[in-house]
Design a protein around this ligand. Structure first.
Ligand SMILES: [Zn+2]
Length: 313
């Protein structure tokens, strides 16, 4: 039993915004579900106060990961984390920033993780981005046949950047990739606690929803999994599930481009979590939330616990 008390709430997010009655997540036709698994890029243990504005020494199981999605139209990934150029990438960040980024030798590039799970990176047809920060786009160049999909707002944000590191983005990750980048407008109807949506495949299996704030075009993805399971991938709106639960901001204010908008998003997520506990909300850096999906593996584990799963193909 952990004995470290929670001492202080530093920056509570706004959870009292007036919200309309929620439009439902429309039913999808039978079979409009996807299979999911995780390719881990890095996992380490930190303390809660490092990820969320709460002076607590409870553990934060931190992660970088790529979610692999099997959709009837083909194989896709959400946020291909680290690329084969991870060592080169990190050589360009300031020394002090290594406290946050860590070092390349503890990271598994996504193409390597895919290959170990029996997936040829060339098979990936779509790379969906929650946002364009460097640790969510590292492997775009390693997925030669993937159309890169992100919100139009995020696309315009990235297109205006240059240099190796800018605004948390590494623009070189898009070098040679731009011809296969497709921005989408969130021009669909409100859903749940979100003002707009985009049915990405026209079958209700995956809806994009606006989470603008952490970056100008941050986007969440509502996903229908097998057996009635539901996920909402929220990128870096919060780094930890605790941020949604509390609700609370991240510890470091500058990590969000627009702190006020991010606070509103966190408030919406907090309300949604109370209304729809069946939807697993997955911050991109929360290993426990990510572990609600099986780990991609080339060979099925004999054990059901720990959940290695055959890679979706
Ligand atoms: Zn981010």
């Amino acid at each position: 039993m952990k004995t470290w008390p929670t001492l202080l709430v530093l920056v509570p997010a706004c959870a009292s915004i007036p919200l309309p009655t929620t439009p439902p997540w429309p039913d999808a036709p039978p079979g409009a579900e996807v299979e999911l698994c995780v390719v881990w890029g890095e996992r380490n243990d930190r303390r809660r106060f490092e990820g969320v504005a709460e002076l607590s020494f409870e553990p934060w199981h931190q992660a970088n990961a790529t979610v692999v999605v099997r959709h009837p139209s083909g194989l896709m990934v959400i946020d291909p984390a680290f690329g084969s150029a991870i060592a080169e990438d990190l050589s360009h960040v300031p020394g002090w920033f290594r406290i946050i980024t860590g070092w390349a030798d503890t990271k598994t590039p996504t193409p390597q993780g895919l290959a170990e799970a029996g997936i040829d990176p060339a098979e990936v047809r779509v790379a969906l981005l929650t946002h364009a920060h460097w640790d969510h786009t590292g492997a775009l160049r390693d997925l030669p046949n993937a159309t890169v999909r992100l919100s139009k707002s995020e696309l315009l944000f990235v297109a205006a950047l240059d240099g190796y590191v800018s605004g948390g983005v590494m623009p070189p990750h898009f070098d040679g990739v731009w011809p296969r980048v497709r921005g989408f407008e969130l021009d669909g109807p409100p859903v749940l606690r979100f003002d707009a949506s985009k049915d990405l495949f026209g079958d209700g299996s995956m809806l994009a929803v606006p989470l603008y704030g952490h970056t100008p075009g941050s986007t969440g993805y509502l996903v229908r999994g097998p057996g009635g399971r539901r996920w909402l991938f929220i990128g870096d709106a919060t780094w930890t599930s605790r941020g949604v639960e509390k609700p609370a901001h991240k510890t470091v204010p500058k990590t969000d481009r627009d702190r006020a908008k991010t606070g509103e998003v966190i408030g919406r997520l907090h309300v949604l979590a109370g209304e729809h506990p069946e939807i697993v909300i997955v911050p991109a850096h929360d290993a426990d939330a990510l572990a609600t999906m099986p780990t991609c593996a080339a060979v099925t584990s004999a054990s059901g616990d720990g959940a290695a799963a055959p890679a979706p193909r």
